[in-house]
Design a protein around this ligand. Structure first.
Ligand SMILES: C[S@@+](CC[C@H](N)C(=O)[O-])C[C@H]1O[C@@H](n2cnc3c(N)ncnc32)[C@H](O)[C@@H]1O
Length: 378
């Protein structure tokens, strides 16, 4: 699977677009806001940049793209007002893979300008916005040119299907019957996913280390795993329900078994310990904060109930969110014709699962500060 070509969220602003179905991700951004504020305030206090470069990695297209950008401007604007300082000129780079709907972002830029002008904290902040297509698993910026990196809901996408997992032409599928780590996955599959995450996240840290100015910071938030049992982690449950939906279509002859078995999404949700271990091993960043948040599958449900009140509605709401993330990849692998049926079965499987357990979505958030006086070769 060519991740850079195939991975993108559902574009545009229609009913099934990511823009219209990204409330779960918006809630994650809002939960991480206090960490974002600490990072920006500390970085600005230490560096007082006259020009400040910010990279948002995996920005997608929709309201969340501008939410992060305006939050950063508000923090800077407020800080400069309090300290009676001239705000820096801010250059934002919105990064995503080339298949991202950058046009939609560009078309929304005029509405961003209006909302920035209307807010007392942002109106005085000079800013420039540019799109930056490319993988964050490669160099994106000149050395020591960026003050702050942000990335939300994106780093659980690894750079490729884990090495060793894809059939090498002999039609042996190591992870048969699963589309991620599932209860029947062989231990080798788990190892392949973990190794790929470790390689990718290590590379990501080295690349960003070289691109950050001394004293620069990053706030990264992505899907994590809270459950200890890696075969039954929160993401394994979600992918398991999708897998069941696909399998039922295989049994009815609507999807070919071989097509199902060869679907391995490039995705991994690490535990806090795994993530911390990679940062520590690289030794390039100081961990200023690391936290795990949880939210409900239903973006419109903020309760802490043990069992969800309307499992059918939650099933439908959650299926819409997942569809807006996976539809382009599913359509490219299985064909667009199965998408409606697949997600209607998935909604029902989610609803049934929620009668047994109100599984949450864990979000891992890290604030990292570049360590001084080091040079790393990538
Ligand atoms: C779920 S969206 C998150 C969008 C936005 N940050 C938010 O929180 O709503 C994940 C985004 O990460 C992007 N992405 C995944 N892998 C990437 C990579 N290697 N380089 C750049 N972007 C990537 C996807 O294309 C997608 O747009």
């Amino acid at each position: 699977m060519k991740v850079e070509k195939l991975l993108h969220m559902a574009g545009g602003a229609g009913d099934s677009s990511y823009a219209a179905n990204s409330k779960i991700q918006e809630k994650a951004i809002l939960k991480v806001k206090p960490i974002l504020e600490e990072a920006i305030v500390e970085m600005h206090k230490n560096l007082h940049p006259k020009k400040m470069v910010v990279g948002d990695l995996g920005c997608s297209s929709g309201p969340n793209t501008f939410l992060v950008l305006t939050e950063v401007m508000k923090i800077i604007g407020k800080q400069c007002r309090q300290l009676v300082l001239q705000p820096p000129e801010m250059q934002f780079f919105l990064n995503d893979l080339p298949g991202n709907d950058f046009n939609n972002i560009f078309q929304l830029l005029s509405s961003l300008k209006e909302s920035v002008r209307a807010d007392k904290n942002t109106s005085s902040v000079p800013h420039f916005v540019a799109g930056l297509p490319g993988s964050f698993y490669g160099r994106l910026f000149p050395s020591q040119s960026v003050h702050f990196f942000h990335s939300s809901n994106s780093l659980h996408w690894i750079s490729q299907v884990p090495e060793g997992l894809e059939s090498n032409g002999n039609c042996v599928h190591l992870n048969k019957g699963n589309i991620y780590i599932g209860k029947t996955s062989p231990p080798l599959v788990v190892k392949f996913y973990q190794d790929q995450f470790r390689r990718d996240f290590s590379l990501f840290l080295k690349l960003r280390f070289n691109e950050l100015v001394p004293g620069g910071q990053m706030v990264l938030a992505f899907s994590g795993r809270k459950k200890r049992d890696i075969y039954n982690g929160e993401l394994s449950i979600i992918w398991g329900l999708l897998s069941e939906s696909l399998n039922s279509m295989v049994l009815e002859g609507l999807v070919k078994e071989e097509t199902f078995d060869s679907f391995n999404p490039p995705f991994y949700a690490p535990s806090m310990e795994e993530t911390k271990a990679v940062v520590d091993e690289q030794g390039l960043f100081e961990i200023r904060d690391i936290q795990m948040f949880e939210s409900n599958w239903d973006p419109y449900d903020d309760s802490d109930e043990h069992i969800v009140s309307d499992n059918i509605k939650t099933g439908v709401n959650y299926a819409r969110c997942i569809r807006s993330v996976l539809e382009p990849m599913i359509a490219s692998h299985f064909g667009a014709a199965i998408v409606d049926e697949l997600f209607s079965r998935f909604a029902m499987n989610v609803a049934n699962h929620l009668l047994k357990e109100n599984t949450k979505l864990p979000i891992l958030a890290l604030r990292l500060k570049k360590k001084e006086q080091m040079f790393t070769k990538v």
